[in-house]
Every structure is written in structure tokens, then in C-alpha cells.
Design a protein around this ligand. Structure first.
Ligand code: INS
Length: 534
């Protein structure tokens, strides 16, 4: 299995025979000649993408569940605290899982971690469907949180390590499409089952099905070439690359080049970490991992360009959550039942559909319009939607007994609130819902995974905070106050983006580093001009 013994795993340039050097004249496998991803990479992306759907499904399904559960859990209606805990434990455990997954993905391989996440998805879904207590529900949602956190970290890694580089960027937005698509499916399932007795058990339990299917299909899929080379299985890595790139002499040359690049990258990484010559098991040891994380962290905060990249990435991820979007994702059915809609689950479907459709618009326009420009245009739309919402809530007479009953006198205001929320969600999906996930392009390779992991942790921590505080804020500050607070967060986000986030669309990864080297690069960036000359 381990073919490292037969052939040295890693070569320095001096050690690589001249006729095998990937940057020499002799070998010219250039990936830029590739015009479209092959069938195999599409199948892989599709299989792995099921995790994104599950991520979206499990975060979206809570909205309908909360309004359908009635007194089925612990034989009493859910309190505000119950709802906040049931909702935010998922994001909290996702926060806990994502850094741990980083270590496990190196130790066990990317594929095994995805399979492990599938087991957790199935277990968590069935647990929720069977439970009859609030604490049981919290436990089930926490298990799902572990799965969501693992999948959100490892799936993009798996896909990007397998895909040819010209197509890598697009995959980021494809995973956002999967998440928002999963949320839409969750809302549809929620609406279909909301009127059935114990329908909520089906809503949460159905999440087990795609996870089980993914487990079976992914079983036959390969590990990534990068992990295989690092684990000393170079021949297997070559076979995987052959399948990714297909037949023909030109493709063979590309496979050869890619394999060399992977080897060189690993060589440089291990050289920098003083791991060269250390056996495979030792390289993946906990001590060496901790030392590497410490070293990476020091590089991240002490080098000016890296520090600025980290601040921008964490700032964007923080604002993505603190602008309050997920309070709608988790509680929109609760809000719509509060303001008096007859079918809150059907009404809240507007939120999920808008989110999905405008993520699709972002998918087509993000590279053309540019990240900074799309944010500077869309964040004010969000703020306007929120302010209109806040004002409209002022005129709605809400029932004293929170979510259990609906507003007393039907007026024009509820549809007005729905329209304002839809505007807000459209603005969100166009910019803040997507752009922060482009985080990895901000960091140089040496600190890319640590920087991305910290930004992702900021996302989950802020997500947990919003899930925990939304309902208490609605009670203490009133809906008008709550939505006004989110509007202020949007205004702050706009100011900070304008001040420190340069345009990165159309730039090579090395150019982004140069942009942040001596300052924020906002003036040097491309804001105000069309990107890529289009
Ligand atoms: O990018 C995603 C997407 O926008 C989802 O709709 C949202 O629920 C997530 O929190 C976010 O990270």
C-alpha cells in the first residue's frame, strides 16, 4: 500500500532528475488548456456537494420545526430559552467541530471525515425524530452541529484538492448554492409536513436520507491526490489524477506536472516545519500538529499583510452573521405566525426561495462586478429592508403571548413586512451571504488553512450569538428595536468594508498578497473600474 519505499516521496529540485522537473522545458503540462471540468470531477463535486445540502437542510428545517412542535417535547410548549438553545446549539457544536476536523482530515484523510460526518448526520436526524424531550432535541441538534461543522470545513477542501485549478474558484459559490438550496428544500418539506400530526418528526428525520445515500456513494470515491502523496501512496495519487484529467498524451503530461507540484508543495511545507525525513506517522503526530499550528498562528498575526488579510476575513464573516440574516433563517416561521400569517411555513418559503435565487445571481455576477463593489451596493439594500421592517413592526399589534398566537388585527403591515424582509434577503444573498466565503484568496498558501479556519470560527461564533440573542432581543427591545439594531450593524459593515476591503476580483493569488503588503490596498484595488476588462 505504501509505495514511498519504492520511490522517494519528496524531492528537492536538485534531487528531481532534470527530465522530470515540472518547471523545466521538458514537461509542459499546462492546466490552462483545460476548457471544462470532466464528468468524473462533476460526479465528485455532486457527491461531496450533498454535504452542503445537508448543512442547509439542517440549519433551515428548524424554522418550521419550532412552529410545529407544539407541546410534543417535554409535554409543554417551548419557552424562549428552549427555542434559543435548540437553535444555537447546532452552530455552537459546528464551531467546536470545525478546528478539530482540520486535524482529523490530515490524520484520517478527507474522505473518511466526510463519511464520519454522514454517520453523525444520520444519527442526529434519527435522534431528533425519536426524542420526546427538549434536552433530547438539544442533544440531537448538537450531533447535527458536529456534522455540519465537519462538513463545512472538509468538503470544500476535498473538492478543491481534487479539482483542476482553472475551475477551483467557481466551486466556492457552488457550495453556497448547495447550502441555500438545502435551506429551500427544508422550508418546502417544513411547509408540506407542518399540518400533519407529528409532522415535525418527519421534517427533522428526513435529513438522514441524503446523508445515508451520500455515505454509500462516496464510499466508492477516491481520496485526494494531495493527501495520498502525503501519506506515501504516490501511485494511488497518480491513478486518481488519471481519472480526474482523463486520457491522452496532453493529459498525461498535466497529471505528471500536477503530481510534481503537489510533491514540491508538500516538500516545502515539511521543510519549513522541520518534518523532512520524518516517517508518515510522525508527521501527523499531535505534537508536530500543535507546533505547526502555533507557528502558523505566529506568522498570521506578526506579518502585516497576513494580519490585514485575517482582519478582513474575520470582519466579513462576523458581519455576515451579525447582520441578523440567520435569525430569519431560524425564526421566520415564528415571526410570520406572530404577525398573523395563516400559513407561516408557506410564507417563510419566500425567504428561502429569495435567498437561493439571489445566490444564483451572485454566482453569475460576482467575478464580473467584483466583491467589494457588490458589497458596497448590496449592504445598503439590506439596511433599507431592515429599516422598513423595523418601521412596519411599529404599526403591528403583537399578541402578548409571544409565538403561540398571532397578531390581533389584520392590516396591510404584515405583507409590507414580508416585502421588506424579501428585499433584505435579496441584498444579503447578493453580497454578504457569499463574498465572505471567498476568504481563502486573501491568504498566502503558508497561512491559508489557519487563516480560513479562524475566519470560519468567527462565522460560527457570531452565528451562535445571533441564534441565542434574537428571541430575547425581540422581547426586550421589541421587533422594531431588534431590526433597527441589525440595520445599524449593516451601516457599520458598509463603513468598514469601504475603509479596509480592497477589490480582489480578477487578481491572481500572489497579487492579493501584494495588495495587502503595506496597507489595506483600497486605493490600489480595482474599485470603480470594471474587473477583468469586462
Ligand atoms: O453563506 C451562507 C448562506 O448565506 C446561508 O443562507 C446562511 O444561512 C449561512 O449562514 C451562510 O454562511
Amino acid at each position: 500500500m505504501n509505495d514511498a519505499a519504492a520511490e522517494p516521496l519528496i524531492h528537492s529540485d536538485a534531487e528531481v532528475p532534470r527530465d522530470q522537473r515540472h518547471d523545466g522545458d521538458e514537461v509542459s503540462g499546462d492546466e490552462s488548456v483545460l476548457v471544462a471540468p470532466g464528468a468524473f470531477i462533476w460526479i465528485l463535486t455532486f457527491c461531496a456537494g450533498v454535504s452542503g445540502l445537508l448543512f442547509g437542510y439542517d440549519t433551515g428545517v428548524i424554522s418550521s420545526t419550532l412552529v410545529s412542535v407544539g407541546s410534543d417535547l417535554s409535554s409543554r410548549p417551548l419557552t424562549t430559552l428552549d427555542k434559543s438553545l435548540v437553535t444555537s446549539c447546532t452552530s455552537f457544536f459546528a464551531l467546536v467541530a470545525s478546528p478539530l476536523t482540520g486535524v482529523l482530515a490530515d490524520q484520517w484523510g478527507r474522505k473518511r471525515v466526510i463519511l464520519g460526518a454522514d454517520v453523525l448526520f444520520v444519527l442526529g436526524a434519527l435522534w431528533q425524530a425519536w426524542t420526546s424531550s427538549v434536552w433530547g432535541m438539544i442533544a440531537g441538534r448538537s450531533i447535527v452541529g458536529l456534522a455540519v461543522g465537519s462538513a463545512s470545513f472538509v468538503v470544500p477542501l476535498y473538492i478543491s484538492e481534487l479539482s483542476p485549478s482553472p475551475f477551483r474558484g467557481r466551486l466556492v459559490t457552488i457550495s453556497c448554492l448547495n447550502i441555500t438550496g438545502g435551506q429551500m428544500v427544508a422550508y418546502i418539506v417544513g411547509w408540506l409536513f407542518s399540518t400533519r400530526i407529528h409532522g415535525w418528526r418527519w421534517m427533522v428525520g428526513l435529513g438522514a436520507l441524503p446523508a445515508a445515500i451520500q455515505f454509500l456513494v462516496l464510499w466508492g470515491m477516491p481520496e485526494t491526490p494531495r493527501w495520498l502523496v502525503k501519506a506515501g501512496q504516490k501511485e494511488q495519487a497518480r491513478r486518481v489524477l488519471d481519472r480526474v484529467y482523463g486520457d491522452g498524451d496532453a493529459m498525461k503530461s498535466i497529471v505528471h506536472t500536477v503530481l510534481r507540484k503537489v510533491e514540491r508543495e508538500i516538500y516545502e511545507e515539511e521543510d519549513a516545519a522541520g518534518e523532512r525525513g520524518v516517517p508518515v506517522d510522525g508527521k501527523h503526530g499531535w505534537k508536530s500538529k500543535v507546533a505547526k499550528i502555533n507557528d502558523n498562528f505566529a506568522q498570521l498575526v506578526s506579518v502585516g499583510g497576513n494580519r490585514r488579510a485575517l482582519i478582513i476575513a474575520c470582519m466579513l464573516q462576523g458581519f455576515q452573521q451579525l447582520c441578523g440574516f440567520n435569525s430569519l433563517m431560524y425564526f421566520s416561521a415564528t415571526i410570520f405566525s406572530l404577525v398573523g400569517f395563516q400559513s407561516p411555513t408557506l410564507t417563510s418559503l419566500c425567504i428561502a426561495i429569495t435567498n437561493f435565487c439571489f445566490t444564483l445571481v451572485a454566482f453569475y455576477s460576482i467575478d464580473r462586478i467584483g466583491r467589494r463593489r457588490i458589497l458596497l451596493w448590496s449592504v445598503p439594500i439590506m439596511a433599507i429592508g431592515l429599516l422598513v421592517c423595523a418601521a412596519a413592526f411599529h404599526f403591528v399589534e403583537l399578541p402578548a403571548s409571544k409565538a403561540s398566537s398571532s397578531a390581533t388585527s389584520p392590516t396591510i403591515w404584515p405583507p409590507f413586512i414580508l416585502a421588506a424582509m424579501t428585499v433584505y434577503v435579496a441584498g444579503y444573498a447578493l453580497g454578504l451571504g457569499n463574498v465572505p466565503w471567498q476568504q481563502s484568496e486573501l491568504f498566502p498558501l503558508s497561512v491559508r488553512s489557519t487563516g480560513s479556519a479562524m475566519a470560519t470560527a468567527t462565522n460560527w461564533a457570531s452565528n451562535t450569538l445571533v441564534g441565542l440573542t434574537f428571541l430575547p432581543m425581540m422581547q426586550v427591545l421589541s421587533p422594531t428595536g431588534t431590526f433597527a439594531v441589525y440595520a445599524v450593524v449593516c451601516a457599520a459593515a458598509w463603513g468598514v468594508i469601504w475603509r479596509i476591503y480592497p477589490e480582489t476580483a480578477g487578481l491572481g493569488l500572489e497579487d492579493v498578497g501584494g495588495l495587502l503588503k503595506d496597507g489595506w490596498g483600497v486605493r490600489t484595488g480595482r474599485m470603480g473600474r470594471r474587473v477583468n476588462g469586462r
